[in-house]
Design a protein around this ligand. Structure first.
Ligand code: ZN
Length: 143
């Protein structure tokens, strides 16, 4: 993994086979980043995606194996959940036939590389559980 930070901007380049969400979460915790925006491109594999069904208050989960995907878009944020940095990421993944799948990214591994920029906020968004949604959403910010 190659990382570089300058003027509070972080470039995180993940290596082949690294877990994306786990590594970004560890990075945010190590660097005490409690709020920020994530954006990235690259190529992924073994992607576990989610689609949230509000009426069930649960995710449909599906893992896509045995193919590599272009990481067309990784968008997400870092917030505080239960007092610790939490990485929330959505993604669009491109297939060899140029079709696209996407969703909430539970986890994936790097197929080739992942070039991710993390820009910290000057604020700390905090999540709390919303019973009517069945999720922890951002409900306030601390300075
Ligand atoms: Zn999500």
């Amino acid at each position: 993994m190659f990382t570089h930070s300058h003027d509070s901007q972080h470039l995180i380049v993940l290596d082949r086979d690294q877990h994306v969400v786990q590594t970004l979460t560890e990075y945010a915790r190590e660097h005490k980043i409690q709020g920020g925006v994530l954006t990235g491109i690259g190529a992924l594999k073994d992607a576990e995606l989610g689609y949230y069904e509000l009426h069930k208050k649960d995710y449909i989960r599906k893992t896509f194996r045995d193919e590599d995907f272009e990481l067309l878009a990784l968008n997400g944020n870092v917030s505080l959940r239960d007092g610790a940095p939490y990485v929330h990421v959505h993604t669009a993944l491109g297939r060899a036939d140029f079709s696209v799948i996407g969703g909430h990214l539970f986890e994936a591994r790097v197929a080739v590389t992942a070039e991710i920029f993390l820009t910290p906020f000057g604020i700390m968004p905090e999540r709390s559980f919303q019973p009517h949604l069945g999720l922890q959403t951002i409900t306030r910010c601390r300075l």
